[in-house]
Design a protein around this ligand. Structure first.
Ligand SMILES: [Cu+2]
Length: 267
């Protein structure tokens, strides 16, 4: 019976690695079902860190799985009639397996510092050195994304703001700052293709910034279970050329003015 359990244990690392391989092989069962396409300037740094940690933990996972299999196989009770001798532990071993993971974690902490500082600490500035104002305010609420563009005066909350729901249009290649907030519960503003994921905490005004490098239609996802309708909290990120963005913006402003005039005349 011990042999059966040994082989079952061996299945864990074998299947784990197989699933990973299937996921990365293009044209395979899952057809490159791994990280979504990266369309941001800073994405490579994040992906490299991710892969580094994946390979590191992957090696430990395989070695641990193989060792567990080997011990189960070798010390099967049916094949080893001699009873086990228990010891009260080994100080040396305990020190080694405490220091090794601590050193690895410390290494990762130091290794990722530059990536964190470059992408999260250095707030974008204008040419004159002043802080770049947010292009729009994104509000997560049960269960949609409210987007409010600051407009020509670059101030959010004024008359010239443009209000949109679920569709975030952005100009490509521009460094974009967004102010993000929640109107009710915890949400997480997730742009998978831009490698941005930011928790929205009620009562907090926060900023995210990034620079895209490719036009196209991408997803906005909520990455925090926020209630019964969480699944439908899906928006669209439309990255377009400067001209297309300007054209869309002018058109949307016109549309907004027209509908608000209709509402006024209805009253
Ligand atoms: Cu949600």
């Amino acid at each position: 019976m011990g042999r059966f359990w040994s082989l079952l244990f061996l299945l864990v690392p074998v299947l784990g690695v197989a699933v990973f391989v299937f996921a990365v092989v293009p044209g395979g069962v899952f057809d490159n079902h791994w990280l979504p396409e990266d369309i941001s300037q800073h994405g490579k740094v994040i992906d490299d860190l991710f892969m580094f940690i994946l390979y590191l933990t992957g090696v430990i996972f395989i070695v641990t799985g193989a060792l567990m299999f080997w011990f189960c196989w070798k010390y099967d009770a049916e094949k080893n009639p001699e009873p086990v001798k228990f010891t009260h532990g080994s100080h040396t071993l305990e020190i080694v397996w405490s220091i090794l993971p601590a050193a690895v974690l410390l290494f990762i902490a130091v290794f990722q510092m530059d990536a964190w500082a470059d992408n999260k600490m250095v707030y974008p500035t204008k040419e004159d050195g002043s802080k770049k104002p947010p292009l729009a305010l994104v509000t997560g609420r049960q269960f949609e994304w409210r987007i409010q563009y600051a407009g020509p005066d670059e101030v959010i909350g004024t008359e010239d703001d443009l209000h949109v729901v679920n569709d975030l249009h952005l100009p490509v290649n521009d460094e974009v700052v967004l102010r993000v907030q929640s109107a009710d519960v915890l949400h997480s503003f997730f742009l998978p293709n831009v490698r941005i994921k930011h928790d929205l905490v009620p009562g907090m005004q926060q900023h995210v910034w990034f620079q895209t490098k490719k036009t196209g239609l991408y997803d906005i996802v909520c990455a925090e279970l926020c209630g019964w309708g969480h699944y439908k909290m899906r928006g669209r990120l439309i990255v377009e050329s400067e001209e297309d963005f300007e054209a869309w913006y002018a058109n949307a402003v016109q549309e907004q003015t027209r509908t608000s005039h209709n509402v006024e005349s209805d009253n």
